[in-house]
Design a protein around this ligand. Structure first.
Ligand SMILES: [Zn+2]
Length: 65
């Protein structure tokens, strides 16, 4: 599912790490001046997925004990 830029509603390529603030490249550059505060939407999706998997793993461990 493609994320939308929170400013202009175009397809977002970037987001602020650990938030759900998504930006297209133009708005990200305009808003932050550079892209060093941002990670790609793809990277964010990967991080969310990993966090979720970790959580499930921990739940499983708790059940076992
Ligand atoms: Zn935008």
């Amino acid at each position: 599912m493609a994320k939308k830029c929170i400013i202009c509603d175009k397809d977002a390529e970037y987001c602020v790490k650990d938030t759900s603030d998504y930006y297209c490249k133009e708005c990200a550059l305009e808003h932050f001046g550079d892209l060093s505060y941002l990670i790609t939407a793809e990277e964010q999706a990967k991080r969310l997925k990993e966090a979720l998997e970790r959580e499930l793993e921990e739940e499983k461990e708790n059940e076992d004990s």
